[in-house]
Design a binder for this molecule. Structure first.
Ligand SMILES: Cc1ncc(COP(=O)(O)O)c(C=O)c1O
Length: 382
């Protein structure tokens, strides 16, 4: 039989989170969600309908609608005052922003440092570009801060870039100022690009978000998305920001990727972003209550240990039961709760489960009743 498939297709596997969803029954309580349970605002929905009626249905510029890019440049000036419209490209979600960055920067023979545990698409993107992912660890004991000394040891003459993610999926850790400075210095000394995934930057419960854009380093590709901030995951729209010399190359690859981002959706998001108020703070307040509830419930389960997230909407507790995270998650799915096994995010995620609190308080409480019961039936390590 003919070998149809590229080495690229053969080298990447289906995500371990998908497996859980495929096994789940229709009545399951979903604590595996990577998206908010809210609907978009009325303004977002009305603006989209209006944009379509007004004729925003054709191809647009590859880098995206100028009016939206302008408003995004203004937003990003809070991190870096010299960000301008020419630094911005609108993408088809953070996912596609990450892919176009990978395709523009990574090559055969390159090594790319990725977090472990880390969001499930970083490693496949590196592999799809023929490069090699090299994992750096995020540890519970250090509140999931990367260790710059470990990163330094992993750098070789082949290292091309480092992928950072703050606030982080799955750990909900956020980068502190000292770590940002140390990693930026390493990148500068070794001429590495930094891909900084900041799609949860508006979902912060304590303190303020520290962006890599603010790190005074020009070789950063900043990735963001409208998915999490505005509960618009299905709209598939995001954006990236980078130095102009990078944007020119990124835009070239972007044209061959998607030609242009979806026109009516960009117009609707522009309307949402130009409105005097949005629902972000209201939603963060709701999420904070859910976070407090889930952290308490998880820490009340014997054998579980859970940090209080400062951002994003996941808890990533350790457990000391004699079972792999995948088998544990399977047991939970059978009992009616969907969550993600830590191992789905890399070897470093073993011994953890990821529960999302992007679900109602009622569902969190019900789900945790089940988790507590299932955990009680699994023997613990000594
Ligand atoms: C850390 C991180 N980056 C990027 C994305 C991609 O989001 P989207 O493609 O919906 O913008 C996600 C989605 O879960 C994520 O968790």
């Amino acid at each position: 039989m003919k070998d149809w498939f590229s080495s690229r297709a053969k080298r990447v596997q289906i995500s371990g989170i998908r497996k859980m969803f495929e096994m789940a029954g229709p009545e399951s309580i979903n604590l595996g969600l990577g998206e908010l349970d809210f609907q978009p605002s009325d303004l977002a929905m009305d603006s989209l309908a209006k944009a379509v009626r007004e004729g925003y249905n054709h191809y647009g510029p590859t880098k995206g609608l100028p009016e939206l890019r302008k408003i995004l440049a203004q937003r990003l000036s809070r991190y870096r005052p010299d960000v301008e419209i020419d630094n911005i490209i609108i993408t088809a979600g953070g996912t596609q922003g990450l892919l176009v960055s990978a395709m523009t920067l990574f090559d055969h023979g390159d090594e790319v440092l990725v977090p472990d545990p880390g969001f499930v698409i970083y490693q496949p993107h590196v592999i799809m570009c023929g490069a090699t992912p090299i994992r750096y660890s995020l540890r519970f004991e250090s509140e999931f801060q990367p260790n710059p000394d470990e990163i330094e040891e992993l750098i070789t003459p082949r290292t091309k870039a480092i992928v950072l993610n703050s606030p982080n999926n799955p750990t909900s850790g956020i980068l502190d100022a000292e770590t940002i400075k140390a990693i930026r210095d390493l990148a500068m000394d070794n001429e590495l690009a930094i891909i900084s995934d900041e799609v949860y930057d508006e979902i912060i419960f304590e303190g303020e978000h520290l962006s890599m854009l603010n790190a005074d380093y020009d070789n950063v590709v900043y990735i963001n998305s409208f998915s999490k901030t505005f509960a618009l995951t299905g709209w598939r729209l995001g954006y990236l920001a980078a130095s102009k010399y990078m944007v020119n190359q990124l835009a070239k690859i972007q044209y061959y990727n998607i030609a242009c981002p979806p026109t009516p959706l960009q117009k609707a998001i522009y309307d949402v972003m130009s409105a005097p108020t949005n629902k972000i703070q209201e939603r963060v307040d709701i999420l904070r209550k859910r976070r407090d509830a889930i952290v308490k419930r998880v820490n009340d389960i014997p054998g579980f240990n859970c940090l209080k997230p400062k951002g994003a909407f996941y808890v990533f507790p350790t457990f000391d039961h004699s079972i792999s995270s995948e088998d544990f998650a399977m047991e939970l799915v059978k009992a009616g709760v969907i969550c993600a096994p830590g191992s789905a995010f890399g070897k470093g995620g073993e011994g953890h489960l990821r529960f999302s609190f992007a679900n109602s308080l009622e569902m969190i409480e019900k789900g945790m009743d089940i988790v507590e019961k299932v955990a009680g039936s699994i023997p613990r390590r000594k």
